[in-house]
Design a protein. Structure first.
Length: 566
């Protein structure tokens, strides 16, 4: 029995040795694996930091080429943004590193648009490798020479007040003071002095991927409860107040001090000086500041002056007088067709669609640059033609008085006015851009802008469409406050609206009736057709750059960085 147990001790020792060997191998493998993973993780982090550094240096180089560059012309910017010029920049973007077995470079620099004139977006791609670990980062950099307000679908340098079911269809929003939100739309019924209100829904702002809502702080976003504004974070989420597409990451802080304002008087002076010559600037400035438009006329000096409108004959039985009058009308109208130089019209200019149907400059945007029709008086574009014909305006204009637009108008123009602007029962359609899209009206007004429709309760317009017959192809800016309504009226804007003062928008949804004492509103629901729509359209960068307010300094803005899968 004892003899049979003599081999057990040896077997047991060998078994224990094997167990320890297995455990030792496992511990050694884990240690080696951990070290390898640590090294790989270090390579991963180092390659990411190196790619980030490469982008930093590339963006810094790009900024050094353009940021705060003064008085660069659109043609020069276009040349500097050619792919040949970008490739040359790429060859000069170098990154050095002290890391062993590491390298980094800008692998690609391209223009996002086929061509650009005043608004260019450059896409930079950086690649970094440490040992065998490679990381790629991509970033967009915007370079533009246009006023900041044109970047937004709507906004204000002060408060933006949204009352009711306002519908946004893309485009960013800017509030220079507070963003105040309410689900009650305010309105005035006919001639009643009483301000009434009706409960609609909260605004629904549809944002594209790159769109943001810019505010001064999170505390500046407030919503109304019984006449008291509360900070939105108290009880409601931002998506409840502004629509499902507005998530927390869409809210961005932008300090008002960084906002680049325009001054309508100064811009008007710039454009007038552009038309007549720098030597007249001082005299023109004095006339504008004093609102002395007789002096303004004199200050324009040698600029060509148009024939005045003919005076109707006193005796319509005199055939000779009538014939001369008709000839004078034709001569007056013909001088507005295919103009080639800056021209002064002294006195009110009435474009009625009958005697005067068209105002155009010859050539394209390039040949029209610096050429302005200056109206020393009011501009009245009021289509009185009983048939379906449209007035055509393809000319940039400077108006010392008020501007009124009514009826059907096809337009490709920037119009500046030192007075008020009234858009009443107007169908403003952009002229074709030749590639399936449309141009538009840029309306910049020193005074307030009033937009209204007499046929306010027409309800059979269907869903919003940028091609709808009642959609306005326009971007409006006012140095004053703005108050817009989509309550009794329907307001569809394919462009944008910006105010230096408060901007207030009131809107409901669905059909609206009238029982002779008040409006009668239908069900207020997101599924109902919005009566107020702003659909942001930014093609004025390409088609109206010569008419845009001049910004002396270029602006360079770097976007967010994205990791590109390898």
């Amino acid at each position: 029995m004892v003899r049979n147990e003599r081999g057990y001790a040896l077997i047991l020792v060998l078994f224990m040795i094997i167990i320890f060997m297995v455990l030792g191998t496992a511990v050694l493998s884990a240690s080696i694996g951990g070290a390898t993973r640590t090294e790989t993780r270090e390579d991963d982090i180092q390659s990411l930091h190196l790619a980030d550094k490469t982008l930093n240096e590339a963006v810094a180089y790009l900024v050094s080429q353009f940021d705060e560059r003064e008085d660069i012309s659109p043609d020069e910017l276009k040349l500097k943004m050619s792919q040949t010029a970008l490739n040359d920049m790429k060859s000069k973007m170098k990154t050095n590193t002290d890391l062993a077995n590491a390298s980094a470079e800008i692998t690609d620099i391209t223009l996002k648009q086929p061509t650009c004139v005043t608004n260019c977006t450059v896409v930079l791609t950086a690649e970094a490798t440490v040992n065998t670990t490679k990381r790629t980062l991509r970033q967009e950099v915007s370079i533009h020479s246009f006023p900041e307000f044109l970047k937004y679908a709507f906004g204000s340098e002060n408060n933006v007040i949204l009352n009711g079911g306002v519908q946004g269809m893309g485009g960013s929003v800017y509030a220079g003071k507070e963003l105040l939100i309410n689900n009650y739309a305010r309105y005035i019924y006919k001639s009643s002095p009483e301000v009434r209100s009706y409960r609609s829904i909260y605004p629904q702002l549809g944002l594209d991927e790159e769109d943001k809502i810019y505010v001064q702080s999170l505390d500046s976003i407030k919503y109304d409860i019984g006449g008291t504004y509360l900070k939105f974070m108290n009880n409601k989420g931002i998506d409840e107040l502004l629509g499902d597409e507005v998530t927390n990451d869409k809210i961005q802080l932008r300090n008002k001090k960084k906002f680049v304002s325009i001054n309508v008087d100064e811009t008007f002076l710039d454009k007038t000086t552009e038309a007549v010559g720098e030597d007249k600037r001082s005299a023109i400035k004095n006339a504008i500041e004093n609102r002395n438009f007789h002096s303004f006329e004199l200050a324009l000096g040698p600029i060509a002056t148009m024939l005045p409108p003919p005076v109707e004959p006193k005796d319509f039985s005199n055939i000779v007088d009538i014939e001369n009058y008709e000839l004078a009308k034709d001569a007056y109208a013909n001088q507005f067709i295919d103009m080639r130089d800056s021209t002064l019209h002294n006195g009110d200019l009435d474009v009625n669609g009958i005697d005067l149907k068209k105002i155009t400059y010859a050539g394209d945007e390039n040949t029209r640059q610096g050429k302005w029709l200056i109206v020393n008086g009011d501009l009245n574009i009021v289509n009185e033609n009983p048939d379906d014909s449209k007035i055509v305006i393809s000319a940039n204009m400077l108006v010392t008085g008020d501007v009124t637009i009514r009826g059907k108008v096809d337009v490709d123009a920037a119009i500046y006015t030192l007075g008020r602007t009234t858009i009443e029962d107007a169908t403003i359609r952009g002229l074709s851009n030749g590639s399936g899209g449309r141009k538009q009206l840029i309306m910049i007004s020193k005074g307030e802008i009033l937009i209204n429709r007499v046929d306010a309760l027409e309800n059979d317009r269907g869903n919003y469409s940028e091609d709808g017959k009642n959609t306005l192809d326009a971007f409006f800016y006012t140095d004053a406050s703005g108050e817009l309504y989509g309550v009794g009226s329907i307001f569809w804007l394919h462009g944008g609206f910006f105010a230096k003062g408060d901007l207030t928008i009131n809107a409901v949804r669905g059909d609206v009736g009238d029982d002779s004492s008040d409006f009668v509103f239908g069900l207020q629901d997101k599924s109902k057709v919005p009566r107020f729509v702003i659909d942001y359209y930014d093609q004025f960068y390409e088609y109206q750059y010569s008419g845009l307010p001049r910004v002396k300094q270029l602006s360079v803005e770097a976007g967010a960085r994205r990791l590109v899968p390898n």
